[in-house]
Design a protein around this ligand. Structure first.
Ligand code: HEC
Length: 314
């Protein structure tokens, strides 16, 4: 009696276990699917939070400056290089507009040769400026026309003079400006074209100008690019946006003069290293093929019990 009861209990238990096992097997699939969905939701919401955080409109925007739009400068793309005609026009804009206030200390006349101008053109442009040189045989400093080795002339002899002429604000050196500002070329382009009236309720101090792209909104530099402010010698329309695009391209070149060469080397390196990788994979297959394709077979001998230790003789 007792053993029969025990048997029944055991049977009941095992049946239950089997049932549970089968439902568990079913729910393992559901569990996996749910894990997959929640991982996708987690990654998706992380990505959207990141996107919203990057592109948010918030009360502090005035202080940080408006986020510049993305402009399709060719040099920004992976394999894109500078538009050298644009660098040429951009230097003209710099010389005729920006050079009144901004220095370009890291650029010398010779740097422009074969980038945007011929040597003769650069010699002529340099000779239009007077540089102090010396001392001569009598110990006197003297003035002479500029040469290829001279730097682009500065508008002010020192920082104090620059500040005094700009109501206390210092026009920064523009040699590396596209690297020195968050947003690079897009920021400089948006800044130069972004002047507008201040929104209602925003007071701009006397001598400052409203520009939503400048952190704080009030910039000491006034708008200085307008339609037709520069005449281009290649017939390009001289609209404000064209002039700005060209000067920004020029300033990007002064900050990254190696960009074209860097990308050329990059393409070569990609081609070289990807073909070396293919060759390496091919050699690896060759080296490993004897091991990878071998087959270990055990031929069971006929009547091996009778043959004793003479296995595999056939
Ligand atoms: C009349 C003088 C003047 C001229 C002309 C001028 N700037 Fe400026 N620029 C300034 C001053 C002053 C500042 C400093 C502004 C400040 O700190 O509020 C400045 C600042 C800048 C800045 C830095 C903004 C920042 O984020 O800090 C850039 C970029 C710039 N100028 C580009 C140019 C370009 C390009 C040109 C030529 C198209 C030009 N400027 C012409 C006076 C000038």
């Amino acid at each position: 009696m007792f053993s029969r009861n025990a048997f029944n209990t055991f049977r009941q238990a095992s049946q239950n276990a089997a049932k549970r096992f089968s439902t568990q097997a079913g729910s393992a699939k559901t569990y996996n699917a749910m894990m997959g969905v929640s991982a996708a939701v987690a990654i998706g919401s992380g990505a959207s939070l990141y996107y919203l955080n990057k592109n948010s409109a918030h009360a502090n925007m005035e202080a940080e400056g408006l986020h510049p739009a993305n402009h399709p400068f060719p040099q920004k793309s992976l394999f894109g290089t500078f538009d050298h005609a644009s660098i040429r026009r951009g230097f003209l804009v710099f010389k005729e507009v920006c050079a009144a206030c901004h220095s370009l200390d890291l650029v010398h006349w010779r740097n422009l040769v074969d980038v945007a101008y011929t040597e003769e053109e650069v010699r002529e442009m340099a000779a239009e400026y007077q540089y102090t040189d010396g001392p001569d045989d009598e110990g006197q400093m003297f003035e002479r026309p500029g040469k290829l080795t001279d730097p682009i002339p500065r508008p002010y002899p020192n920082e104090e003079a620059a500040r005094a002429a700009n109501a206390g604000a210092l026009p920064p050196d523009l040699s590396l400006i596209t690297k020195a500002r968050h947003g690079g070329v897009d920021y400089i382009y948006s800044l130069l074209t972004g002047y507008c009236d201040p929104p209602a309720g925003v007071e701009i101090r006397e001598g400052l100008n409203y520009n939503p792209y400048f952190p704080g909104g009030a910039i000491a530099m006034a708008q200085n690019i307008f339609d037709g402010v520069v005449e281009f010698d290649d017939g390009t329309p001289n609209t404000a946006s064209q002039i700005t695009k060209d000067v920004v391209t020029f300033l990007n070149w002064t900050a990254e003069p190696e960009l074209d060469d860097r990308k050329k080397i990059g393409v070569k390196a990609l081609l070289l290293f990807s073909s070396l990788t293919l060759i390496a994979l091919w050699i690896k297959r060759n080296r490993w093929q004897t091991l990878k394709t071998r087959k270990i077979a055990f031929n069971s001998p006929k009547n091996w019990e009778n043959k004793g230790s003479k296995i595999n003789k056939n």
